[in-house]
Design a protein around this ligand. Structure first.
Ligand code: MD6
Ligand code: FE
Length: 216
């Protein structure tokens, strides 16, 4: 097998909890365009939809979809992973090979990601402080890739009330939450519209790649 590039130690440590790595400018403009191009057919097969909050049923301001064998969804009955799109009932489209390669190169984790959550933000979209904790296994990191407008990302600690810091996630930036930081609180305060021309119609797309089940 061909040797994969290994960037699993690149990036700078951020936040108060070890295991968070920030890789600004990780994807060159041409890689960003290539990745966006690969998302075209994905978004056609699995259109963005607006999830609802558990219990209240209040709609999210962020629109979402997924690719890969599993997708993260939220509705009145709760948060979960499932193999099908909640509105079309069809299986999620496969993860583009480029994403699988980026996961291997950037995380060095030996099992493939099972879910890629695709978030789309317009000028008014936000994502409240949360932890990614619906997976069965926290030994794998979560890899985040950002395209389009810059977002103000808030990174906290292991408790909701811990101090936080703000980080700008621009187009092409990667962020990895692994180790202890795998369960750190984080969220999106807002998106700075007009900071990128990459995404047609404007806005921001964030991809988070995760393992859901225990590897091996
Ligand atoms: C976003 N990101 O950047 C939302 N989760 O739009 C996340 O919720 C996230 O960036 C886990 C790990 C990294 C992340
Ligand atoms: Fe998250």
């Amino acid at each position: 097998m061909e040797e994969q590039p290994d960037f699993s130690h690149c990036g700078m440590a951020v936040g108060s909890v070890p295991g968070a790595r920030y890789l600004p400018g990780c994807l060159q403009p041409q890689d960003q365009r290539r990745l966006l191009g690969e998302l075209g057919p994905v978004l056609e097969a699995a259109p963005l939809y607006r999830p609802r909050m558990p219990r209240s049923g209040r709609p999210f301001s962020v629109r979402m979809t997924n690719c890969g064998p599993l997708g993260w969804v939220s509705d009145r009955s709760g948060y979960r992973y499932q193999p099908t799109h909640p509105e079309t009932g069809k299986p999620w489209p496969p993860m583009p090979a480029l994403l699988l390669d980026l996961w291997a190169a950037l995380t060095g984790f030996d099992a493939a990601p099972e879910a890629c959550l695709i978030n789309h933000y317009d000028a008014k979209a936000r994502l409240g402080l949360h932890r990614d904790e619906d997976e069965e296994d926290f030994s794998a990191p979560v890899l985040s890739l950002s395209l389009g407008d810059t977002a103000l990302f808030r990174l906290g600690g292991l408790k909701r009330k811990d101090p936080t810091r703000s980080l700008r996630l621009a187009s092409g930036d990667a962020l990895i939450l692994g180790g202890e930081a795998r369960l750190a609180y984080h969220g999106i305060d807002r998106v700075l519209t007009g900071t990128s021309e990459l995404v047609p119609g404007g806005g921001r797309i964030n991809l988070t790649l995760r393992r859901v089940s225990r590897a091996g």
